[in-house]
Design a protein around this ligand. Sequence first.
Ligand code: SF4
Length: 447
Amino acid sequence: MSKQLTYYLYVLGCQMNKSDSERLEAILQSCGYIKTDNPDIADFLGVVSCAVKQAAMDRIYAQGHKWNLVKEKRPLITMLTGCVLKHDKEKLKYKFDILLDMKDIQKLPELLKQRNIQLGDFTPTTSYLSIQPKYESEYKAYVPIMTGCNKFCTFCAVPYTRGPEISRPSEEIFTEIKHLLAHGYKEITLLGQNVNSYGNDRRIEKSMSFAKGIKEKSSSGGELTFPELLHEINSWDGDFWIRFVSSHPYDMSDELINVLSERNHLTEYFHLAVQSGSDKILKRMNRHHTTEHFLKRLKQIREKIPNISISTDIIVGFPGETEADFQKTIDLMNQAKFDMAYISQYSPRPGTGAARAYKDDVSKSEKKSRDQKANEILKKTATEYNKKFIGQQSRVLIDAYKNGNLIGKNRQYKTVKIKSENKKLIGEFVDVKITKAAAWGLNGELQ
Ligand code: SF4
């Protein structure tokens, strides 16, 4: 009997990469591999790379080197996919057997066949996003609605690694979500680098079809807009939550705010990346929005959905960020009162606009100090927001058990810790009374 082949994936980066790796797993399993948690025994080792930070790339170089040493002792196939910048691709192609863009991942069975790997029943699809994934969780799933980005923020590698925006047809998204809901899934997170521009590419394509007499299905002509897509899913029966990331302030419409205020399956959590409080820096970042526009949008959202939790992304130490520019970020944070922020210190990514045009002129120690100062403000505003939950009922989707506590997230995406040994509640909604609040989470009791 032939040996059962195993695979191990090393997945770095964002939810999009995690979701992509679920599609890669589907291909590997159809080629006859089974998953292992032990890279030391795997016959196939794959990296789903992230180009956002140099530290992640350093780890990939180290993995490639280590796995090549393993190959000297036993048969092994290694693969690199995910977000890889051009100059890294050039260097890494000698360290891995297979180097494939995620959008070309359907070519993997053919490449494995050339290496004498048996093939199962993988059916090629027109786009990698149409591959039926092997979901990691049995109750929550990421559903990509688009990939790529047209924005070209100067600090970001995504437009170079993922290419231009490509939206999935709405019918295909609906089919995937209906399938998940029929299998009892409780949380669906719609993914895209810039979900607010969902469908723009397909509308251009469809408007050509429309001219040829194909029926229009959206008020905007052709494909649905993002608010229309959300509204449709939000109107379905069932007990589930819808979340989505990421939103760009520039493309955010009044319609989106109106749809969010419908609530129902749409949760009271919204991530809107501001990146800086200085308009001068926003311009250098090619962000297309101003601080005034951002704050106006925040006000409109909070007026319609008063208990909404708002998180953001902030970069400190972007080239040219003076002490006065940074102070504007602190002022904006004080004004916006974010409930969560993902604060990072700028690091140049080769090939991006900022790396080409600007000198990385803020020292490491200054970046660290600005990071700490921004985190202090966040801690203050997040604590204020979280304290409002004390004494209230909150619905929580339980995710894990650790040291006598169940841990999950509520509708506002707050982590809630509950004293309980009932591990059977993992994957279930529970009602909780919030008893304590701190900056990074809540404590509660089962009701
Ligand atoms: S919107 Fe900007 S930060 Fe977000 S993926 Fe596109 S280029 Fe990157």
